[in-house]
Design a protein around this ligand. Structure first.
Ligand SMILES: *Cc1c(COP(=O)(O)O)cnc(C)c1O
Length: 395
């Protein structure tokens, strides 16, 4: 009971001491406005921003001139999609292709653009959450200006064939935007190899502070500004830079980069231990997402006959933080749009729980989680009227 176990790292992550120490200098020591280039204090801030920009650029194989800092992953998604849409307005290009399993930042932006006569095709996914490349090719029209597809899904962890999608976009001269928020730090991103034109990133999903994101914009891409004002970010994104946040983002990327391969390998092993533990100890469960093409830290199961919300409450009482879908949709009674898109029925979708582990998670944590979720599921099922009905039918 005294145990506290945070297994919701897809929602946000802890900011490490090294990151906080680096950031803190930019509150009271180097607090200059980076636009004030006529004195040392301002230049210090500017230099710190440019250092972070290079770090982020290197990490995704981009040029530093192609990285723009924003206030969040959400803003980056909004900018990429609205920016391209508005740059193409009245130019005969009014069609976007995306998927049914995108983050709300993408889906709600596309819905908003309908007001401006912009149409969106939402691609289906299979039971694992993968899109069909043939369906993508068929959806392309002469009016298509943008394909926006997430690298990896935040709920079920499925990783899309980004390089192949990028090639299709490139062959058809269509811009390719990728919501890379969940993939950053977990999957190798290479904007050149993967033919990505626009990539959304967010610091707080990789051990950085909240309220800072990035957008990679390939040089030469026609895109309107989202935020208008001063000349910050080379005239493309106005507003005094959140210097300390940008510094924190850069430091977080540096840390993730350090032991990337060994960390991912270790987390993957723990993920698989959790998946096997749940599968082997609890009957009537469904693993959501792809068995292998999935994020290293994502474990999402549906537990039949019971409600995810009840499981979450009991997990919380045992000190375990998890999620029953994306944090943005919890609080609503509709089951996750992602699970529904995979063809899952409402009842089963309601019983889903996502655990997302981190480099701080240990083997004992995993075993404790298996044992705890088993105990909780057994208890809830014993009280479940649906489960009792199913048992009656069988007997
Ligand atoms: C978290 C998340 C976002 C939003 O990023 P914020 O920085 O929290 O606004 C967008 N897309 C995906 C896939 C995410 O997981």
């Amino acid at each position: 009971m005294s145990r506290k176990l945070y297994l919701d790292n897809a929602a946000t992550t802890r900011v490490g001491k090294e990151v906080i120490d680096e950031m803190s200098k930019y509150f009271d020591e180097f607090y200059g406005n980076p636009s004030s280039q006529l004195y040392e204090l301002g230049r210090r801030s500017k230099e710190a921003i440019e250092r972070a920009r290079r770090t982020v650029a290197d990490f995704i194989n981009a040029n530093e001139k192609e990285i723009y800092f924003t206030a969040s992953g959400t803003e980056s998604d909004n900018w990429a999609i609205k920016g391209v849409a508005f740059a193409n307005l009245n130019k005969g290009k009014n069609h976007i292709i995306t998927t049914k399993i995108e983050h709300q930042a993408v889906i709600h932006t596309c819905e908003y653009l309908e007001k401006f006569g912009i149409e969106t095709t939402y691609l289906d996914v299979d039971k694992y959450g993968l899109i069909d490349l043939e369906q993508l090719k068929e959806a392309i029209k002469a009016e298509t200006m943008l394909i926006s597809i997430m690298f990896a899904n935040n709920e079920i962890g499925t990783i899309q064939p980004i390089e192949e999608i990028g090639k299709i976009a490139r062959d058809n001269k269509i811009l390719f935007h990728v919501d890379g928020v969940q993939a950053l730090g977990s999957v190798k991103i290479d904007v050149e190899k993967q033919n990505i034109d626009l990539l959304s990133m967010s610091a707080h999903k990789i051990g950085g502070p909240k309220g800072i994101g990035g957008l990679y914009i390939r040089r030469g891409t026609r895109i309107d500004n989202l935020v208008h004002g001063g000349a910050q970010e080379r005239g493309k994104r106005a507003g005094t830079e959140g210097v300390q946040n940008i510094v924190g983002f850069g430091k977080a990327v540096e840390i993730v980069k350090e032991n990337f391969d060994s960390n991912i390998e270790r987390i993957t092993t723990l993920r698989d231990r959790l998946i096997e533990g749940i599968k082997n100890n609890i009957p009537d469960v469904v693993l959501n997402g792809h068995p292998t093409k999935r994020l290293a830290n994502n474990v999402n199961f549906s537990y039949k006959y019971i409600e995810g919300e009840s499981i979450l409450l009991l997990l919380d009482m045992e000190g375990i933080s998890a999620s029953s879908g994306s944090a943005c949709t919890s609080g609503s009674l509709d089951p996750s749009h992602v699970l529904l898109a995979t063809g899952m029925d409402h009842g089963t979708a309601h019983g889903s729980i996502r655990f997302t582990i981190s480099e701080e998670t240990t083997e004992e944590d995993i075993d404790y989680t298996v044992e705890t979720i088993k105990r909780i599921v057994d208890k809830l099922r014993a009280m479940s009227p649906i489960k009792n009905d199913e048992d009656l039918k069988k007997s």
